[in-house]
Design a protein around this ligand. Structure first.
Ligand code: FAD
Ligand code: AMP
Length: 462
């Protein structure tokens, strides 16, 4: 069998893998990247972050045009959804970004192999592809195989009526009634897309709240807003089974009558992709389904590293990217670090919800003294001109040192605003630092400054 030698083999070309490959190549390593899918970019670019955000944007534009442009003096005789065109635009965005990674690989002289990788032993990977099968050798291997949709016992996805986010990103027509199991960010984002496009949407969540892990005050506000938008959300509802019927699907839950629907979206979390990698043969044992690594991303086997969704931590693209860079730097030059205290999280619903650092619930649990400042969007000039006055910024700073501990935003463009909070926290800023920073007027970031002033007990506009 054909063999090739490299300095580093990266398995998986998602945000973790492709970024690690590029950084390692920049640092002078001869890098190979093995990806089993025909396009590069992983879950995020092909069937995750990017296509979901394209649909969120377009469905929101449609919904706004259909419901509220009239109040702004913009009148249409008719607004309708052309789903095939909407899907085609989404595909073209995906295509543009995945082919961009291809160009970056060429620019950085990374050898791309298409096929399924299996680690045969430390330093050796077999690649099994439709066009080629070969053996790769390298002193270092990074596993960046990501994750896939989780399942529920008693529910058999058929990729048609019962499916995951992958199918829900490509429905050929708007469902009449979509049932979403799981009120995490994926379920709520995709539920919002299809609600805006005209579906009845029911969300069933096992826990007693939506968006587990987010600050509970924001989660309560979000629940109220999503319900006002027409999402029918049932918390404290465990789904026990779902069966296909002639009309579609019948979903059984504890404590509630069965629900019938024509589409069922399973959004019950994601599980790391570790099957068929040969891990058990080389002595890597999983912990809670994930590959255990030390602070330098090293597994139990010398020369084998792991990053991204396949290791512990939030399953987010930017977390995978940070780990990709740090791991490549560690391998190439013995240094590389990720600040896990400052990994923002964003839910791209309307309004957006964004968070960085500790929640108020965590500060209470950990008995950390804190001061809190809240500023509503309503008092902000830019929010008024945008017509998006719903929401607020909540800032949490240490009660003694004033160091920023967490910032939680619900409101327009929260996903963009959170970057200021993350930057400030990365530099170890205090709420006073933000309160003393001049912000352009009229802009939404002024709400962040107002929250900082409120944390100092000297808010001007609220
Ligand atoms: P992945 O992106 O999963 O990439 C792993 C790659 O490895 C895949 O391409 C896979 O084909 C390949 N692979 C697996 N096994 C093998 C093998 N044996 N041989 C060769 N190749 C292999 N995150 C955010 O930060 N923001 C968002 O807005 C966001 N939205 C999302 C929306 C949806 C609907 C979904 C499903 C996810 C979303 N995510 C989002 C999560 C994000 O996509 C993941 O956290 C991210 O893709 C993880 O990156 P990764 O590199 O670890 O793995
Ligand atoms: P996340 O892990 O953020 O993607 O969210 C997945 C959500 O699905 C979590 O809030 C889980 O509580 C929820 N979930 C998991 N199993 C069930 C179930 N059987 N019925 C309803 N919700 C569930």
């Amino acid at each position: 069998m054909k063999e090739a030698q490299h300095d580093l083999i990266v398995i998986g070309a998602g945000p973790g893998g492709y970024v690690a490959a590029i950084r390692a190549a920049q640092l002078g390593l001869d890098v190979a990247c093995v990806e089993k899918a025909s396009e590069l970019g992983g879950t995020c670019l092909r069937i995750g972050c990017i296509p979901s955000k394209a649909l969120l944007e377009d469905s929101e534009l449609y919904h706004e045009a259909a419901t509220s442009y009239g109040q702004r003096g913009i009148k249409f005789s008719k607004v309708e959804v052309d789903l095939p065109s909407m899907m085609a635009r989404k595909e073209s965005v995906v295509q543009s970004l995945t082919s961009g990674i291809q160009s970056l690989f060429k620019k950085n002289k990374i050898t791309h192999y298409t096929g399924e990788a299996r680690i045969q032993e430390a330093g050796q990977v077999a690649v099994n592809g439709a066009k080629q099968s070969l053996t790769l050798k390298a002193p270092n291997i990074i596993i960046a195989t990501g994750s896939q949709p989780g399942s529920l016992p008693g529910i058999e996805p058929d990729g048609e009526v019962i499916g995951s986010s992958t199918e829900a990103l490509s429905y050929q027509k708007v469902p009449k009634h979509l049932v979403v199991i799981g009120a995490g960010y994926i379920g709520l984002e995709l539920g919002s897309v299809w609600k805006r496009l005209g579906a009845q949407v029911t969300v069933l969540e096992y826990l007693d709240r939506i968006l587990p892990g987010m600050d509970s005050e924001l989660s309560r506000q979000a629940h109220k807003t999503f319900s006002q938008q027409g999402l029918e959300i049932h918390v404290g509802t465990r789904v026990t089974s779902a069966k296909k019927t002639d009309e579609g699907c019948r979903v059984e839950c504890e404590g509630m009558d069965p629900v019938t629907c024509d589409r069922l979206l399973l959004a019950v979390g994601r599980k790391p992709s570790t099957a068929n990698l040969g891990l058990e043969d080389i002595g890597i044992e999983l912990e809670n389904g994930r590959i255990p690594v030390n602070e330098h991303f090293a597994t139990q086997v010398d020369g084998i590293y792991a990053i991204g969704d396949v290791v512990a931590g939030p399953m987010l693209a930017h977390k995978a990217e940070e780990e990709g860079i740090a791991c490549a730097e560690w391998i190439a030059r013995g240094g590389g670090h990720v600040n896990y205290d400052v990994i923002p999280g964003v839910v791209y619903t309307r309004p957006e919800i964004a968070s960085v650092g500790q929640t108020e619930d965590q500060l209470k649990e950990r008995a950390i003294p804190y001061r809190k400042g809240v500023a509503p969007y309503k008092g902000n000039g830019r929010a008024q001109t945008l017509g998006s006055v719903e929401g607020s910024v909540k800032m949490l700073a240490h009660g003694e040192t004033d160091r920023l501990l967490g910032v939680h935003i619900i409101g327009a463009r929260a996903g963009d605003l959170i970057a200021e909070a993350a930057t400030a926290m990365s530099f170890g800023a205090s709420s006073e630092d933000l309160a003393l920073t001049c912000h352009a007027h009229p802009t939404l970031p002024e709400v962040i400054r107002e929250a900082a002033l409120a944390t100092q007990g000297r808010a001007i506009h609220c």
